[in-house]
Design a protein around this ligand. Structure first.
Ligand code: NIG
Ligand code: FE
Length: 406
């Protein structure tokens, strides 16, 4: 047995949604949390001098690593030109209709080789890790043909193999209708060509659709998700992002792991998610980037859902930072810092079917953060600044800014 890390004298430990400990310590043994509790008790059983690493967290806060449950972090190029156009009043739909938006990223991804995609993603995951993300869901969906979708998923698999951040891979062939196709024809291709090849490749775990007016209808999305289920992929749905179309009810109907965005979802939708055990994933960065109204957090909370908050990092919503998403969840949706951090950890874990992640309970994988602030409130309170100081992933220190600030 190896005592990997002891973090001691933390001002506060955010064990999970229902438990905060003051003046606490965490002991990590064999990559997992061995003990969490008052410092005196923990260090009696796990003396810091026997640990490979001992971290003095006085005046600081310990949190579970962030689980970013919704991103499109694998892409080429950028869309900074659209940012300026959006600020001048152009809508996301107008940009899409002109062949910009997702389709311009599709051109860049098709033109990029796999190695370039791998390097781009590694760079973004380095930034995410420094901001406290220890697990990230990443979608394909900028290939939109079989070879390019497989190329994206291969790149995800390669980065997952050697980067400290764990990657949860999602196939999203139904992200947009590529040029030269009618909607129905493309849906048939996703089902009869892409999905079998993706299943054969064996990387993807989830299957997602952009269920939206002018993109994929509820019926088309249902066909894709049901075909995905037959190939062993768990459904996820982009639902009610720009309009209310019915993607949330579909997510509940097919037993999706999550329904995401939900800017236009209703209380009835929230109840359907709660009944189905489908996690609502709220993406306040998207509302911020689109200049749109934020999702109504209260209705999901009232319905009794376990809510997730994620970044939606993509070329349209260009922030890799979970602390930023948490700050926007508080300021834009009225979430308490405690609920927002629970949604960024345990909620995210639910949305990607990784129930052992997102808390610091004994026996769970040792993914944890030391934050430079006396309580968890400092994460959103000190907004726009990275307060994450040290990141431990599966028992190893993988990011540490203490030496820089010393
Ligand atoms: O989750 N809404 C669709 N998909 C992404 C945006 C992708 C893009 O614009 O490149 C989203 O916001
Ligand atoms: Fe998305």
């Amino acid at each position: 047995m190896t005592l990997d890390v002891v973090v001691r004298d933390a001002n506060e430990i955010f064990v999970g949604p229902d438990e905060l400990i003051e003046d606490g310590a965490v002991a990590v043994q064999d990559d997992a949390i061995a003990a969490v509790g008052p410092t005196a008790e923990v260090i009696r059983e796990y003396p810091p001098e026997n640990a490979a690493e001992s971290i003095d967290a006085s005046g600081r806060t310990v949190l579970p690593g962030f689980v970013d449950a919704h991103t499109h972090a694998l892409f080429a190029g950028d869309r900074s030109d659209e940012y300026a156009a959006k600020l001048r009043g152009k809508t996301y739909e107008e940009i899409m209709a002109e062949g910009g938006g997702i389709l311009s990223t599709v051109s860049a991804v098709r033109a990029a080789d796999e190695q370039q995609l791998v390097e781009n993603l590694r760079g973004h995951l380095d930034t995410m890790l420094a901001h406290g993300t220890t697990t990230v869901e990443v979608k394909s969906g900028y290939g939109l043909d079989t070879d390019s979708e497989l190329k994206m998923l291969r790149a995800l698999d390669r980065v997952d193999a050697d980067h400290p951040v764990d990657v949860v891979p999602t196939f999203m062939g139904a992200h947009a209708v590529p040029e030269g196709y009618a909607e129905a024809e493309y849906v048939d291709e996703v089902i009869t060509e892409q999905l079998p090849a993706v299943a054969d490749q064996g990387v993807a775990e989830f299957c997602d659709t952009f269920t939206e007016t002018g993109v994929f209808s509820v019926e088309q999305s249902r066909r894709v998700l049901q075909a995905g289920i037959e190939y062993g992929l768990t459904p996820k749905v982009h639902a009610e992002e720009l309009t209310h179309l019915g993607g949330t009810q579909l997510a509940a109907e097919v037993g999706a792991a999550s329904a995401d965005h939900l800017l236009h979802a209703t209380a009835e939708d929230a109840n359907a998610l709660a009944d189905a055990g489908t996690t609502p994933v709220l993406l306040p960065g998207t509302a911020f980037s689109l200049g749109a109204e934020y999702a109504d957090y209260e209705q999901f909370h009232d319905a009794g859902c376990s809510v997730a908050v994620a970044t939606d990092f993509n070329p349209n919503c260009y922030s890799q930072s979970m602390p930023m998403a948490i700050a926007l969840a508080c300021s834009g949706m009225g979430m308490t810092p405690r609920d927002a951090i629970a949604a960024a950890t345990a909620g995210g874990a639910d949305a990607v079917d990784r129930p052992s992640l997102g808390t610091l309970e004994a026996g769970t994988p040792a993914d944890l953060l030391v934050v430079d602030g006396p309580s968890h409130v400092y994460v959103p309170y000190n907004f726009g600044v990275n307060t994450v100081e040290t990141v431990v992933k599966q028992g190893a220190i993988v990011s540490d800014s203490r030496s820089e600030s010393a």
